[in-house]
Design a protein around this ligand. Structure first.
Ligand SMILES: Cc1ncc(COP(=O)(O)O)c(C=O)c1O
Length: 460
């Protein structure tokens, strides 16, 4: 048994790591040679080494040579601080190593995942018979969406591939959509020319009039529009595309409506934010990552789809060496891209069970509040905010700013981790996203104060 003592030890270790990280540097300063030398001088694998020494050394390397994404002043790319329950979950999973490919092999783990996903599918407003599964991340979920949409729209795609489709299938998304779709276009055999870039309005949201214009034009030119990808929380600017309008358009044109809510999807559980995701329940498929705003360790993506038969058709597979199907249950290896399957969902289940829905809402709304404080503090200090979103992601700049130089100073002084982005072909701007439930008002005020000192060129 994973005894109470072991549990207490993991909790204690997780709390200590979190505390050490919060009080240490955020950004490493290291060359590849330094790490190569460290590894080469210690590990030629010729002799066994005591586990405790190797584990201690690995922890030394992780502490010293990594951007600490769980630091309260990491304002980065949706990599969250992690709940202790989710760390405990990953330890349990590693110890029991359940194989979730078939239901029969891991009935408990499969049902725990179903139960957790069912809860979130309900929040999105999907019907009871919607299909969902955990994935390695948003990239795999988006890939699943495209494969299922192709299978749904072009019945011969599964057997004959894209060459069997008489005209070029096309997908519509904005420049704000995740760049992983470029990989997906190649992986599915569609090719990058299948991606049609829809214009954005002044707030960087999908311009539905332009979408309609492009779809009509492409149909006239003999292309085969089949899918629209709306993003709920773009990576660069946290923008939510107009989901109800895109949903209506997709229904009117019989197009697959996919919502990439990899980060922003978690907002659906917040009474304060939910209305910003209105329309998501109309989606044919949804991507949402637990390893983003649900604050569990990577990799934990989720894929939801209302078309059960199309999912089964897209991933169908039967082979004699796999345990036989059990009654009406769905075997994950026949309904998802993965074969061998880790018990990904336990970290979300355990964290949710421990915090309760209300605890999760508090965590999410706290980060929104910290985002609002950051936005207000930056404006007060003369920064110009250039994006509009209810989510805690702020893009900002000021006259004469050279973003790369500013970020180099910010990182060298270990003030915070932020990044730069280019929105709509303009000059680069700074991007700060609150991703840690541990970020406090004090962190925000201190960071903004220190940023002003950099701008005044005061020594660090
Ligand atoms: C909107 C969006 N979609 C998809 C992804 C890809 O997710 P993952 O990195 O989990 O594969 C990201 C990653 O940040 C994202 O922001």
């Amino acid at each position: 048994m994973f005894s109470n003592t072991a549990l207490a030890e993991v909790q204690c270790a997780a709390a200590k790591v979190a505390c050490d990280i919060a009080n240490g540097p955020i950004v490493p300063c290291v060359t590849p040679e330094e790490i190569h030398d460290h590894l080469a001088s210690r590990y030629d694998f010729s002799e066994p080494l005591p586990l405790k020494d190797v584990a201690a050394d690995v922890e030394f390397m992780l502490r010293k040579w990594q951007v600490h994404v769980t630091h309260p002043r990491y304002f980065g790319l949706f990599n969250p601080s992690v709940t202790t329950a989710s760390v405990v979950a990953d330890s349990l999973v590693a110890m029991y190593n359940p194989q979730l490919a078939t239901w029969r092999t891991s009935p408990a783990a499969n049902e725990i995942e179903r139960h957790t996903l069912g809860w979130l599918a309900g929040k999105f407003g999907l019907p009871d018979n919607a299909v969902s599964h955990f994935t390695s991340g948003g990239g795999e979920s988006n890939l699943s969406a495209v494969i299922v949409a192709l299978t749904h729209t072009f019945p011969d795609y599964g057997e004959g591939g894209v060459r069997q489709i008489a005209s070029q299938p096309t997908i519509y998304l904005t420049a704000g959509a995740h760049h992983g779709f470029l990989k997906i276009a190649r992986m599915t055999g569609l090719g990058r020319c299948a991606l049609r870039t829809v214009a954005m309005d002044a707030d960087l949201k999908m311009d539905v009039a332009d979408l309609a214009r492009q779809v009509a034009e492409d149909k006239r030119s003999g292309l085969a529009p089949f899918m629209v990808v709306a993003t709920a929380g773009t990576t660069a600017a946290g923008v939510i595309d107009p989901l109800p309008e895109v949903a209506r358009f997709c229904r009117s044109q019989d197009l697959w409506f996919h919502v990439d809510a990899a980060w922003g999807g978690a907002a659906v559980i917040s009474p304060r934010l939910r209305s910003h995701l209105d329309g998501i329940g109309e989606a044919d498929s949804i991507t949402c990552d637990a390893h983003k705003w649900f604050s569990v360790p990577m990799g934990a993506g989720m894929f939801f789809c209302r078309h059960r038969e199309s999912v089964l058709k897209a991933f169908e597979s039967e082979i004699s060496f796999m345990p036989a199907k059990t009654g009406a249950v769905m075997d994950p290896y026949t309904s998802s891209a993965q074969w061998s399957r880790r018990f990904i969902g336990l970290k979300l289940f355990l964290a949710l069970a421990e915090q309760g829905e209300a605890g999760y809402v508090r965590m999410i709304e706290h980060q929104v509040q910290m985002g609002e404080l950051l936005r207000a503090s930056l404006e007060r200090e003369g920064w110009r905010i250039v994006n509009k979103t209810p989510l805690p992601l702020i893009c900002f700049t000021r006259d004469g700013l050279i973003t790369s130089e500013f970020l180099a100073a910010l990182h060298a002084r270990q003030i915070a981790w932020m990044s730069e982005v280019q929105l709509d072909d303009g000059d680069p701007v700074l991007r700060a996203c609150v991703t840690s439930f541990r970020t406090t008002e004090k962190d925000i005020e201190w960071v903004v104060g220190e940023m002003s000192r950099i701008c005044r060129q005061e020594p660090g």
